[in-house]
Design a protein around this ligand. Structure first.
Ligand code: PLP
Length: 388
C-alpha cells in the first residue's frame, strides 16, 4: 500500500482520535504497580475522575472494554433470576439485554423503533404496574451509539421517584461521558457505566463503574457470581492507591492527560462544542436533502449523527468509497440498520475544521456514489460553524 499522506480521519463514534498529548503520555515507561510512584498516579486518576462523572463517590476502573463495565454493573448489584427493566433504543441496548440474560437475569425489554430514546412515561407506567417491586434495576443507554439518540435520564429518574419505586438506576454513558452533559450524583444514578475510547479520547482498554451508596449496599446482598469484576476488593485496594491485579498503567497515564484536557477546556465548553458540531452536522444532512435517523428534536445526540441513505443505495458501499478515496472511516449501520445508515462520529478531540473536513468528505462521497443530494449541505454546515 502506498503511504497515505496526511492524517486518517477516524470519524466513527468510537474509538475516537487520540490527541498527541495523550499518545505522548501513554508512551512513558511502565512502572512497578506496587510501588510508591504508582500509588501517587492511582490517587491522581481516581480523584480526577469524579468531576467527569459528576460524582463525589467512588469510580471503579477496570482493564476492560465497555462490555466488561456493563457486566460489572450487573454482577455487583443483582442476583440470579432478578427482573430488570430495559428499553430497546437500538443495538447497544439490545446487546446489554443479551448479556443480562446470559447472566441469568430476567429482562422486561420494552420494544422500540430505534429512532427514539427511552420514553419516561413508559418507565413510569411499567414501574407503577410493578406493585410488588420485583423489578430490581432499570437499565438505560444514555446515548444510543447505533442511532444517534440521547435519552433524557433526569426524566427517567423522575419517573422512578414519582412512582416511589426502589429499583436501581443503571446508565450506560459509553458514548456520552465527556461529550454530553451527565451528572451521576445529581441525577440519582446508581451505577454509571463507561469506557475509555469514546469521549475520553483514549485508546480502548479502560472500563468504568461510578457507584452510588445504594449500589454499594446492593453489592453486599447481590449473589450473581463475581470475582474479577467485584467492586469491593478493588475499592479496598484503591484506598491505598493500588489495585488487586495488574492495572493498565500506561492507559492510566493517558487518562490523567485526557481528564486534564477536559478540565482545561472546561466541561461546559466541551459539551457546548459537541452540541454545535452536532447542529452543524444536522444542517449538512438536511441541506443534502437526507434524513437524520433520530426523530425527536429533544433527543438528537451531540456525539454522533446517524444518516439514512435513500432507498436503492447501500450505506456500506458509500463508507467503503469514502475510505478508499478520502482516507476517512465512518460508522457502519449496526444490527437491523445495516446498509441503511452510516454514522458520523463528532465526539472527542475535534475542532471546527476537522468537522468541516469530515462533512466535505461525506458530501464528495455521496456525490461520487451517485446518491442524489443537494450540494448546499456543506454551505449550511459552515454557516452554523461561522456563528460564534
Ligand atoms: C461502544 C459502546 C459499548 C460497547 O463498548 P465496547 O468497548 O465495545 O465493549 C456499549 N455501549 C455503548 C452505548 C457504546 O457506544
Amino acid at each position: 500500500m502506498p503511504y497515505p499522506a496526511g492524517r486518517h480521519f477516524l470519524q466513527i463514534p468510537g474509538p475516537t482520535n487520540v490527541p498527541d498529548r495523550v499518545l505522548r503520555a501513554i508512551s512513558a515507561p511502565t512502572i512497578d504497580h506496587r510501588g510508591p510512584e504508582f500509588a501517587e498516579l492511582a490517587r491522581e486518576v481516581l480523584s480526577a475522575l469524579g468531576p467527569v462523572f459528576g460524582t463525589a463517590g467512588p469510580v471503579v476502573v477496570y482493564p476492560s472494554s465497555g462490555t466488561g463495565a456493563w457486566e460489572a454493573a450487573l454482577v455487583n448489584t443483582l442476583s440470579p433470576g432478578d427482573r430488570v427493566l430495559a428499553f430497546e433504543t437500538g443495538h447497544f441496548a439490545t446487546l446489554w439485554r443479551e448479556l443480562a440474560e446470559k447472566l441469568g437475569l430476567v429482562v422486561d425489554f420494552v420494544p422500540g423503533d430505534w429512532r427514539h430514546g427511552v420514553d419516561p412515561a413508559a418507565v413510569a407506567e411499567r414501574l407503577e404496574r410493578d406493585t410488588g417491586h420485583s423489578v430490581r434495576a432499570v437499565c438505560v443507554v444514555h446515548n444510543e451509539t447505533s442511532t444517534g439518540v440521547t435519552s433524557r435520564v433526569p426524566e427517567v429518574r423522575r419517573a422512578l421517584d414519582e412512582t416511589g419505586h426502589p429499583a436501581l438506576l443503571l446508565v450506560d454513558t459509553v458514548s456520552s461521558l465527556g461529550s454530553i452533559d451527565y451528572r451521576h450524583d445529581e441525577w440519582g444514578v446508581d451505577v454509571t457505566i463507561s469506557c475509555s475510547q469514546k469521549g475520553l479520547m483514549l485508546p480502548p482498554g479502560l472500563g468504568f463503574n461510578a457507584v452510588s451508596e445504594k449500589a454499594l449496599r446492593a453489592a453486599d446482598s447481590a449473589t450473581l457470581p463475581r470475582s474479577y469484576w467485584d467492586w469491593r476488593p478493588i475499592l479496598t485496594a484503591n484506598e491505598r492507591g493500588f489495585f488487586p491485579y495488574t492495572p493498565p498503567t500506561n492507559l492510566l497515564y493517558g487518562l490523567v492527560e485526557s481528564v486534564a484536557m477536559l478540565r482545561e477546556e472546561g466541561l461546559d465548553q466541551v459539551f457546548q462544542r459537541h452540541r454545535r458540531h452536532a447542529a452543524a452536522t444536522r444542517a449538512a444532512v438536511r441541506g443534502w436533502g437526507l434524513e437524520v435517523l433520530c426523530l425527536d428534536e429533544r433527543e438528537h445526540s451531540a456525539s454522533l449523527t446517524a444518516v439514512l441513505v435513500p432507498e436503492g443505495h447501500d450505506a456500506d458501499k458509500l463508507r467503503e468509497l469514502i475510505l478508499d478515496r478520502f482516507n476517512m472511516s465512518l460508522g457502519t449501520g449496526l444490527g437491523r440498520l445495516a446498509g441503511r445508515v452510516f454514522r458520523i462520529g463528532h465526539l472527542g478531540d475535534l475542532n471546527d475544521l476537522s468537522l468541516a473536513g469530515t462533512l466535505s468528505g461525506v458530501q464528495m462521497g455521496l456525490q461520487l456514489a451517485g446518491v442524489p443530494i443537494d450540494s448546499g449541505g456543506i454551505t449550511a454546515a459552515l454557516r452554523v460553524l461561522e456563528e460564534a
